[in-house]
Design a protein around this ligand. Structure first.
Ligand SMILES: C[S@@+](CC[C@H](N)C(=O)[O-])C[C@H]1O[C@@H](n2cnc3c(N)ncnc32)[C@H](O)[C@@H]1O
Length: 308
């Protein structure tokens, strides 16, 4: 029985082994083929991703339509800069925390840079600033003037006195004069005119941001600014320019009304070249002498003498 059994069992086992080996071989081949296919698919996918990344990089590197020459990427989109302006203006952690020499200074640093360029060009004897708050911006203008003109002073005006704590700051002691009262009150305007006394001034308006108040300030202080100098109207961004909100007409609308009534100033939009500004249309350069002023008389005199 065992012999008979072996005669049957051994060939059966051998046949089974051959079949098993064959199946294993086929499965192995399939596995190899599947692995190869997977690798190929992965390679294809990786190539596609790389191609997409390269295309995106090339697109980003292209200057956007209307971009400044040499602009490295699409960042000149007006929409993007408007969003940055809105984010900066609405931020709790942005301008409200700005300080100059430790004094709160509610300024947009990009506009400060531009103002520094204007002050350097004009080298005025006076900066007349409306809206002192704690005195940080007055200290900032004084720091710049200190490098430019040994006689220069900052006259800063506020309806409230909130700068007492900082009055001992050396640059404030050296160059800043404080006036307390409304910037449009006749006695304040007269006091400022007396101090400036016909010498060149740059005027910076940063007090009450309503259309009526800013327009009154523009009319009151424009005569202090000679041809080539500037009135800088701050914070025209409100009321949809581009910062939305229920502000009502503000500095921007005051500028529009002021420019509509006089051709003595132009909005120097080249001063908005840093793209994010709180002062759209707000860098007003005098291009004609004030009517009826000594400056105009002097210019007429020069012309009469065959002027240079
Ligand atoms: C935006 S803050 C000035 C910020 C300051 N220039 C700075 O950068 O730190 C506006 C200031 O205008 C003042 N103000 C409001 N109405 C005014 C008016 N009629 N005349 C002068 N100042 C006024 C407020 O008291 C306030 O301090």
């Amino acid at each position: 029985m065992p012999l008979t059994s072996n005669r049957i069992v051994v060939p059966v086992l051998a046949a089974a082994a051959v079949i098993f080996a064959g199946v294993a071989f086929v499965q192995h081949r399939h596995a190899i083929a599947a692995t190869a296919a997977l690798a190929a698919a992965n390679q294809h996918a990786a190539e596609q991703v790389a191609a997409a990344q390269a295309a995106a990089a090339a697109q980003a590197a292209k200057p956007a339509k209307g971009a400044a020459p040499g602009a490295p990427c699409k960042l000149t989109d007006r929409e993007l800069f408007d969003q940055m302006t809105i984010r900066y203006t609405d931020g709790r952690e942005t301008w409200p925390k700005n300080k100059w020499l430790g004094i709160p200074a509610l300024q947009n640093p990009l506009d400060v840079w531009i103002t520094q360029e204007i002050l350097t060009e004009v080298k005025p004897d006076f900066v007349v600033e409306t809206g002192t708050f704690n005195g940080g911006s007055a200290a900032l203008w004084a720091t710049i003037l200190d490098q430019l003109n040994d006689k220069a002073r900052v006259i800063t005006i506020d309806i409230h006195d909130m700068s007492e704590k900082y009055r001992e700051t050396p640059i404030i002691k050296k160059r800043v004069d404080f006036l307390i009262g409304s910037s449009t009150a006749p006695e304040i305007v007269a006091d400022v005119k007396k101090r400036v006394d016909g010498k060149p001034a740059v005027v910076i308006l940063d007090s009450l941001h309503t259309k009526e108040h800013v327009l009154n300030e523009l009319n009151a202080y424009a005569p202090l600014v000679p041809v080539g100098s500037y009135i800088i109207v701050q914070d025209g961004v409100f009321n949809g320019h581009p910062v939305p909100g229920g502000w009502g007409p503000g500095p921007y609308e005051a500028i529009e009304a002021f420019l509509a009534q006089s051709d003595e100033f132009v909005a120097d939009r080249s001063r908005e070249r840093l793209l994010v500004t709180s002062n759209p249309m707000g860098f007003l350069r005098r291009v004609k002498p004030a009517s009826g002023t000594a400056a105009q008389a002097a210019q007429a005199d020069t012309a009469a003498q065959g002027g240079k």
